[in-house]
Design a protein around this ligand. Structure first.
Ligand code: FAD
Length: 415
């Protein structure tokens, strides 16, 4: 697509968190790259809700160029409030007990508004929009990406950062479909809360709270703030009610929630949480019917074990390589770790990246590490609600956002 580039030239398919992070890392290293994104433009898609960043924050900040502003003030979803990021669990049988994690000098956590995180990662990155990949051709001389509009681009290496339904992965696996659906139904609502209602939610958990309870088939209720408004007096909130359902079909259009009306979704959610304490039900009950998300997402995963991808000039990162249920809030963290790992590998071997058996092995090792770490995380995410199916026994305190949970006392909050 572009004029002659200095080798290695890297084609990045997908401008999500993983692809953009890789682009920033290559930019810092002076390595030539192009990013291709299927969306029509940068505003084409709602970006989703908040993301808990931890453990890799320092490494990420030093891997990206110096012209990016510091991460935390840019992405922190609680600003202008000065409360630390915090996630609190309410677990049966004693739903009054509060355990969780909180940002502190020894447990660094940044709860990022996803749109702002994407904006941060997009700074000074040129992106070709409306470029939907349909095919990849790999030869001795290079790799070519073909897009739906008939345009193609050629490079030395291609990175599939194209998410759970990755076309790059399908090309590598010759069309084999390995996506699995979670036996979990899910309903989501959104609403604006202010003043007293917002304070009540902040008290339940500054950033978010999770209620795990086994009543009927209900497995979890999540509530949290996506973004506090600039006034500090109100914010965009969202919640999800999840229940076990072994009948969820692989084609999401066949599941009842995908054709249900807002009224039906709302009354189902209200009915599901009817036995919860008032404070954990309130956000659901006070959501206007119009705030219900139609076609609420269903959860899928992709588990690729080490060795499944034979690397030539094409590699996978992020959800394309290992998509997981969001129950441990880890998918984006792994996508960012993958981007740093691939960026480092390409940069350290830039002189001979695809031409010698040695460097070929280095790329393969890098991909294998991504798959092995990813597959472990995929299984751990399944095991949160289905430990017996995964034959997993959790010991020690529950982990959240990379840290062990501990008692979180209630504090008075004002906004
Ligand atoms: C409800 C929910 C909550 C979550 N919460 C958390 C959390 O708290 N913490 C956390 O770490 N993770 C969380 N995750 C997971 C996280 O969102 C993903 O793991 C992460 O976004 C993966 O990044 P990615 O770049 O690999 O893929 P994506 O973000 O999916 O990006 C892929 C990009 O590729 C583009 N694309 C797709 N196909 C093509 C094509 N054919 N051609 C060109 N472009 C294409 C897409 O448009 C997209 O922009 C959550 C996920 C969900 C569903």
């Amino acid at each position: 697509m572009s004029a002659a580039q200095s080798a290695p030239h890297v084609l990045i398919i997908g401008g999500g968190l993983g692809g953009l992070a890789l682009a920033q890392i290559l930019r810092k290293q002076g390595i030539s790259f192009e990013v291709f994104e299927r969306d029509l433009n940068k505003e084409a898609r709602p970006t989703g809700w908040a993301i808990g960043l931890h453990s890799i924050i320092d490494e990420l900040e030093s891997a990206v160029p110096n012209d990016l502003p510091p991460l935390e003030p840019f992405v922190n979803h609680l600003q202008p409030l000065t409360l630390p990021a915090q996630l609190v669990f309410y677990t049966s049988p004693n739903l009054a007990e509060r355990f969780g994690v909180e940002n502190s000098p020894s447990t660094r956590i940044v709860r990022a508004n996803r749109r702002r995180l994407r904006d941060w990662l997009r700074i000074n990155i040129p992106i070709y929009y409306n470029k939907k990949l349909v095919r990849v051709d790999e030869t001795e001389a290079g790799v070519t990406a073909h897009f739906e509009d008939g345009i193609s681009a050629t490079g030395d290496i291609l990175i599939g950062a194209d998410g759970i339904r990755s076309v790059v992965r399908q090309c590598l696996l010759h069309g084999e479909d390995i996506i699995k659906v979670a036996p979990v139904g899910n309903i989501i609502g959104e609403l604006v809360l202010s003043d007293k209602d917002m304070i009540e939610q902040l008290q339940l958990g500054h950033s978010a709270w999770i209620c795990n309870i086994n009543v009927d088939d209900l497995i979890g209720v999540f509530g949290g703030v996506n973004e506090v408004h600039t006034s500090g007096k109100s914010g965009d909130y969202y919640w999800s009610v999840a229940w076990q359902d072994d009948t969820v079909p692989i084609h999401k259009s066949d599941y009842w929630t995908q054709t249900a009306t807002k009224e039906e979704l709302h009354s189902f959610a209200v009915q599901k949480v009817r036995r919860l304490p008032d404070k954990l039900r309130k956000i659901i009950e006070q959501t206007p019917v119009d705030g219900m998300k139609l076609k609420p997402i269903l959860y899928y995963d992709v588990e690729l074990n080490k060795g499944r991808i034979q690397v030539g000039r094409v590699m996978l990162l992020g959800d394309a390589a290992h998509s997981m249920y969001p129950f441990r809030g880890e998918g984006a963290i792994h996508a960012l770790v993958d981007a740093m790992s691939i960026g480092r590998t390409i940069s350290q071997n830039r002189g001979s990246i695809v031409n010698t058996p040695d460097t070929q092995r280095i790329l393969q090792d890098c991909q294998d590490e991504i798959l092995e770490r990813g597959a472990k995380a995929v299984r751990a995410s399944r095991a949160v609600y289905f430990p017996e199916k995964e034959k997993v026994t959790f010991t020690g305190p529950r982990m959240a956002w990379g840290h062990p949970s501990r008692p979180i006392p209630v504090k008075t909050i004002s906004v």
